[in-house]
Design a protein around this ligand. Structure first.
Ligand code: TYD
Ligand code: MG
Length: 455
């Protein structure tokens, strides 16, 4: 096999190049920073323009003269997946799907691809499973297999050669950590291999207008060489969320050049594969027989859809000198900040208490609208006094103790009302102009008012 391209080792700290791998960069002295990369082909300097030679046909244009062709969107046949993609799969787009091993990436893609194959030639390339395994799974899921083609291969060059002949409209590569390119000598799964293999695949997708799905494993810490380094190369990044113990699987758009970010698709893993959950609000509410202290319903908004989730807090006398603050599904620093606000502006100090916080169902809430519900659930647990069962709430809390408005207040209010909540505590600036039938709206300006509203 002839080597068309040369490889060099580049220090990721200072950018110095070395012909061979070494433990330490000779330039900056950093340890373990040399990574194999394909050397850029040398441009022959012709002396003009400071050595920038070569006319490859690129030209500068006026923006208004550039007419975008209509981007074609192909429905995947799974509405929840279409939702996170921003309304269907865009032709020629590259989508990265990340998540823990075993969370359901292959299942989701084989399901979507079997449906897509009815409209467009589709090819599923697996570096992990044999064709028999894939067929077995598709059969068990009851998927039509007549039009779906599979390939088990791990060399990117060979895959691309086959794909160029086969011309699939949709191409799935499962998973990027298993593929390698001949251009590099590093082992599959190393940062250099993952990046270079992906770059070749992305180039192919853009040149041929093929829609490409790349699968990538991430560990809990997101540390594994892989998906993280690809995020900037692709159009859309989707990540699986949710606890592996729960049957629910959330797919979130972290980046999307063709739609809203933070959009959430909700699935349930069953014996027939991933089922779509059309009304996700209902599943995250654990309806208690009896109201319990420390539970508060939050109206959050994920992407373009409001969602009701339950926040639970447990406040308990701490045996430690430094009491613990543990937040699952929410930001830990935010919790510390809110506890400080609660003390300073609400008059409730929790210095000698451990505070645990959890969002039910493995959802991750990143928006500040969770502030007020967090404080109310903490307070409820601390006082051991349950909140009313028909209460829902949302609102950002500022450092001065003020309750700030959040986007799309009306929509959140309507979602709460739709699910039968009769009492809603919200920021004053989010209060509706007209009275709402059957809902007691409590608009608050300051943290003290919210606490008083519960008394
Ligand atoms: P998989 O899609 O293989 O995970 P990934 O590709 O992300 O590594 O999903 C595997 C898990 O899903 C496995 O633990 C079994 C479970 N599963 C079901 O519960 N029902 C099903 O119908 C299928 C296909 C998988
Ligand atoms: Mg898999």
């Amino acid at each position: 096999m002839s080597k068309a391209s040369k490889t060099v080792y580049v220090c990721i700290e200072c950018g110095a190049q070395a012909p061979k791998w070494a433990g330490q960069c000779t330039d900056c002295g950093a340890w373990n920073t040399l990574q194999e990369t394909v050397a850029a082909p040398m441009v022959k300097a012709d002396g003009r323009f400071g050595g920038y030679a070569g006319d490859n046909g690129a030209r500068i244009r006026v923006l208004s003269d550039v007419v975008a062709e209509h981007t074609e969107r192909l429905p995947t046949g799974m509405t929840e997946l279409d939702r996170v993609l921003g309304g269907g799969l865009v032709t020629g787009s590259v989508v990265l799907i990340g998540g823990d091993p075993g969370i359901g990436k292959s299942t989701l893609l084989i399901q979507a691809l079997a449906l897509l194959a009815q409209h467009k030639p589709a090819l599923y390339v697996s570096g992990e499973e044999s064709a028999e395994q894939i067929s077995l799974r598709a059969r068990r899921l009851g998927l039509p297999g007549e039009r779906l083609r599979v390939l088990t291969e791990t060399c990117v060059e060979r895959i691309l050669a086959l794909a160029a002949r086969d011309k699939p409209g949709v191409l799935v590569l499962d998973s990027i950590q298993t593929f390698y390119t001949d251009a590099l000598q590093s082992a599959p799964g190393s940062v250099a291999q993952v990046r270079e293999s992906a770059a070749r695949l992305v180039r192919f997708a853009k040149q041929t207008g093929t829609s490409l799905f790349l699968v990538g494993h991430v560990t809990k810490e997101g540390a594994l060489a892989g998906p993280r380094v690809l995020e900037h190369m692709v159009d859309t990044v989707l990540y699986f969320e949710g606890e592996s113990g729960s049957q629910f699987r959330l797919v979130r758009a972290i980046k999307n050049r063709f739609g809203a970010v933070n959009e959430l698709g909700v699935f349930a893993m069953s014996d027939k594969g991933l089922r779509e959950v059309a009304n996700p609000s209902a599943i995250f509410l654990s309806r208690h027989e009896q109201q319990v202290a420390g539970s508060c319903i939050l109206v959050t908004r994920e992407g373009t859809r409001p969602l009701l989730v339950e926040v639970q807090a447990l406040v308990d006398q701490s045996p430690l000198a430094n009491p613990r603050r543990v937040a699952l599904g929410l930001e830990q620093n935010r919790l510390s900040m809110l506890l400080a606000v609660l003390h300073r502006h609400g008059g409730v100090g929790l210095f000698d208490q451990d505070v645990f916080l959890n969002v039910v169902g493995g959802v991750r809430v990143t928006e500040p609208a969770a502030d007020l519900p967090v404080l109310l659930s903490v307070l409820s647990s601390f006082r051991d006094r349950p909140l009313p069962g028909d209460l829902a709430t949302f609102g950002e809390v500022g450092l001065a103790g003020e309750i700030r408005p959040v986007p799309n207040g009306q929509e959140r209010l309507r979602e709460a009302a739709k699910h039968g909540f009769k009492k809603v505590i919200l920021p004053k600036a989010n209060a509706p102009k007209k009275r709402m039938e059957g809902v007691d709206v409590i608009a608050v300006n300051r943290i003290g008012e919210a606490i008083d509203a519960l008394a």
